[in-house]
Design a protein around this ligand. Structure first.
Ligand SMILES: [Zn+2]
Ligand SMILES: [Zn+2]
Length: 374
């Protein structure tokens, strides 16, 4: 097969050409090459080529496919004149006539079971370190006794004799306008297409049973509030041999009194006396796993953050851990002895106010200015 020319090239238009432009180019060429007017032996091939190009470029779906994939070899069974493409098109037309395909669905086709959702609340640290636990969920499962057929072991459901297994009946009515054919669910088999003569005694013919099922769940370290864990095949049982649905576990994480979490990082706030802040100190900080020592330098201001690298939450995807951020808050003493008060007065008098901050204009200076109205 000779390689195909680009459709845009065939019509002589730019790749960005709009709908109108493509139509115009096609009309112009059609007048020129139509076999009725052009007797050149090559004209017919030209005409076919441009007709094909126009069919694709004037259809937004086909055009999008063409723009993305170019010419598709029909022998590969995709698009073009390939069988697969035709079958798809046929299906669409069918759906249009019979309303979304529901009407012609095979009642005996296997059906996947429903998905289930379970919300689970866990402790803050359980989310950080992970947890293995067992939950009990009520779910519908395929009956073991009859393996889902609904028939007593040793027997089989039979095709309904009224609808021949299709599950549907055609009701013909003669009206003044002609014969009308209505389709409806078969009344003999309730649309299932099958008749169970001897029902399974476990499920009474349903093929399914309700069970309280215990499921072991592994919550990975590092999950966060709102995370979803999918457990494939742990949802409700399928019908007629269809696969089970999935179980989705939605994680809710309880708040912690001391730690706060943002993604993989942990935040906490620790108090510092103003003596510690002024003179510097080594303090103990609780982390998720242990106590660590933190050196607070002399002259630390309230609201300063210190970072404890790698003391955060393990990363779910990938290696390593987040950090812990420690915010220090300087607590002003509230109950002082007379002696302490006297010492503080002396301290205030001896230092003055300006040497609190050496490099910046002190907050006291700024306040003084504000009082002066500057
Ligand atoms: Zn059964
Ligand atoms: Zn029937």
């Amino acid at each position: 097969m000779a390689s195909k020319r680009d459709y845009y090239e065939v019509l002589g238009v730019d790749k960005n050409a709009g709908e109108e432009e493509i139509k115009k180019a096609y009309r112009k060429m059609a007048r020129q090459y139509h076999p009725d007017v052009n007797k050149d032996p090559d004209a017919e091939n030209k005409f076919k080529e441009m007709k094909e190009a126009y069919d694709v470029l004037s259809d937004s779906n086909k055009k999008a496919t063409y723009d993305q994939y170019g010419h598709v070899d029909p022998n590969q069974g995709f698009g073009g004149g390939g069988f697969g493409g035709d079958a798809g098109g046929f299906g669409d037309i069918f759906d249009m006539f019979f309303g979304g395909g529901g009407g012609r669905r095979d009642p005996n086709a296997p059906q996947r079971g429903n998905d289930l959702q379970y919300t689970m609340t866990i402790e803050f640290k359980e989310a950080v370190f992970g947890k293995e636990t067992e939950i009990t969920i009520p779910r519908t499962e395929t009956c073991d006794t009859c393996t889902g057929s609904g028939a007593k072991p040793g027997t089989k459901p039979e095709a309904c004799s009224v609808c021949k297994g299709s599950g549907q009946q055609e009701v013909v009515q003669n009206t003044p306008f002609g014969r009308m054919v209505n389709r409806r669910a078969c009344t003999n088999c309730s649309g299932t297409g099958r008749i169970i003569k001897e029902k399974c005694t476990t499920c009474h013919g349903a093929g399914k049973v309700k069970r309280q099922r215990k499921i072991n769940i592994k919550i990975p370290a590092g999950v966060d509030d709102g995370a979803q864990i999918r457990m494939t095949g742990e949802g409700e049982g399928g019908t007629r041999g269809g696969p089970s649905g999935d179980l989705y576990i939605v994680i809710r994480v309880k708040a912690h009194d001391f730690f706060e979490r943002e993604n993989d990082d942990i935040y906490c706030e620790v108090p510092l006396t103003f003596v510690q802040a002024a003179l510097g100190d080594e303090i103990e900080i609780p982390t998720l796993t242990e106590k660590v020592k933190l050196k607070v330098p002399a002259g630390t201001q309230t609201g300063t953050y210190f970072r404890l690298k790698g003391k955060g939450v393990p990363r779910l995807r990938g290696y390593g851990q987040g950090d812990q951020h420690v915010k220090v808050t300087i607590v002003t003493p509230t109950s002082l002895t007379d002696e302490q008060k006297e010492l503080l007065r002396q301290f205030g008098g001896s230092t003055g106010e300006t040497n609190q901050e050496d490099h910046h204009e002190s907050i006291f200076e700024r306040m003084k200015k504000a009082f002066r109205g500057d």
